[in-house]
Design a protein around this ligand. Structure first.
Ligand SMILES: Cc1cc2nc3c(=O)[nH]c(=O)nc-3n(C[C@H](O)[C@H](O)[C@H](O)COP(=O)(O)OP(=O)(O)OC[C@H]3O[C@@H](n4cnc5c(N)ncnc54)[C@H](O)[C@@H]3O)c2cc1C
Length: 392
């Protein structure tokens, strides 16, 4: 098989890249190691920043998002019985966030790709990337037990943190920055009406909690837990009681309960590969960088990378101009490092960090939240980061 761009991974990065390239008349083949059903059901992110919505609108794929998604103009913090609400839209000069599940974005992108008759191979696992510095790199992949080869001009490594792409960077050619946090998130999806129309972040001496939602009838809730916590330690009643204890600290706020549809524990990690390219291999999304989910940035960063990569490849194919390709990594990393900092800041601000510092961090967290509540400038800076920075 031969194509112009081989895209590894049918997540938000790979799928949006495939559409952006098609709009420029550039051919691609998407390889995805899971089944279509699996990737369309995988519950993950749900907060889209304005730039991501603009990207989907620009592709003509925002119709269901605008019909079924929810626009949020603010968020709240619950801290020591106090409620702090930030009006993100006012503070950021008119930008908003949208709540629409990542799996819905993936479904929309796959449906449009299939409808266009463009190639997307499911249950096709990339196992090795060859000849990365030649003009004709190759992806070896396995499908239904047979090995095949995809020849191309460029490889877009959009296969996430566990994929083959970033592992294919030769030793010494990239620097890896990494931090594992000493806690994890227990996430549940429940058939329960959200308590309110916006996100609520709780900073509590028992640990962090987050109230979010996917629709008017489905809540998405998170609890800070130990990193090695077995899921069996958390029967339904314990989950609901703990959510109530952490989130329900302001008067009259009682978490709506309902059947739990899905649950899982997610490790918290910050991770960056620099540079995000080697030869004809360009990385995008979680293959190149991970942020802890507190700042709701990961999917948005993945799609922002895709936009930068598509522009660089369009410049190359329209006139063999390589400047944008050469600075692809630098252009992406400016936004990535800002998001890494903001995600670390919000994670540090809201989580319990153990009792080793004599309460110093605890008191500092409360002081910072008070600052956000009382300083307009601090709230503006927070809101601009949360709704997403202007694109490069
Ligand atoms: C609990 C949780 C909550 C989150 N909340 C948010 C949020 O609110 N907002 C936000 O922006 N982000 C959030 N994120 C992060 C977000 O989900 C990721 O950043 C996003 O999925 C990255 O997209 P991607 O396309 O880079 O990678 P992925 O979505 O991981 O896609 C990579 C794809 O590559 C495939 N693949 C892997 N290896 C191979 C191979 N060898 N061959 C072929 N295919 C392969 C995988 O199956 C997968 O489909 C959250 C994450 C979690 C876990």
């Amino acid at each position: 098989v031969r194509t112009q761009v081989a895209i590894i991974g049918a997540g938000p990065a790979g799928l949006s890249l495939a559409h952006l390239l098609a709009r420029e008349g550039i051919q691609s083949v998407v390889l995805e190691n899971r089944s279509r059903d699996y990737v369309e059901q995988r519950v993950r992110a749900g907060v889209l920043e304005q730039g991501t919505v603009d990207l989907l609108d620009g592709l003509g794929l925002g119709e269901r998002l605008h019909r079924e998604g929810m626009v949020h103009n603010g968020l709240s913090f619950h801290v020591h019985g106090r409620r702090i609400r930030l009006n993100l839209t006012e503070l950021s000069g008119g930008r908003s966030i949208y709540v629409y599940g990542q799996q819905e974005v993936v479904k929309d992108l796959i449906a449009a790709r299939v409808a266009a008759g463009a190639p997307i191979l499911f249950e096709a696992e990339a196992v090795a990337l060859d000849d990365l510095t030649s003009p004709t790199p190759r992806v070896r992949f396995l499908q239904h037990g047979d090995e095949d080869v995809l020849e191309c001009d460029f490889i877009a490594g959009c296969d996430g943190f566990h994929g083959v792409s970033h592992q294919s960077l030769p030793a010494g050619k990239a620097h890896v920055y990494e931090r594992e946090y000493p806690f994890a998130w227990l996430g549940v999806l429940a058939a329960a009406r959200p308590n309110e129309a916006e996100l609520v972040y709780a900073r509590n001496p028992r640990g962090f909690a987050l109230h979010s939602m996917r629709s008017l009838d489905i809540t998405r809730l998170y609890l800070q837990v130990e990193p090695d916590e077995p899921l069996d330690n958390w029967p339904d009643k314990r989950i609901w009681d703990e959510l109530q204890a952490r989130l329900g600290t302001t008067e009259g706020w009682s978490v709506n309960r309902g059947p739990i549809l899905e649950r899982g524990i997610t490790a918290m990690r910050s991770y960056v590969v620099e540079p995000m390219q080697f030869g004809r291999l360009l990385l995008a999304g979680d293959a190149a960088h991970i942020v802890p989910p507190t700042g709701a940035r990961g999917m948005n960063l993945a799609m922002a990378d895709a936009r930068v990569m598509a522009s660089a490849l369009a410049a190359y194919y329209s006139g063999r101009r390589t400047e944008l390709l050469e600075r692809y990594s630098d252009d992406c990393l400016r936004r990535v490092w800002r998001a890494e900092y903001f995600s670390w800041y919000l994670t540090t601000l809201l989580h319990k960090h153990g009792d080793t510092d004599g309460g110093l961090l605890d008191r500092s967290q409360v002081a910072e939240l008070d600052h956000l509540a009382t300083s307009h400038d601090a709230a503006v800076a927070f809101a601009k980061n949360y709704v997403g920075l202007e694109t490069v």
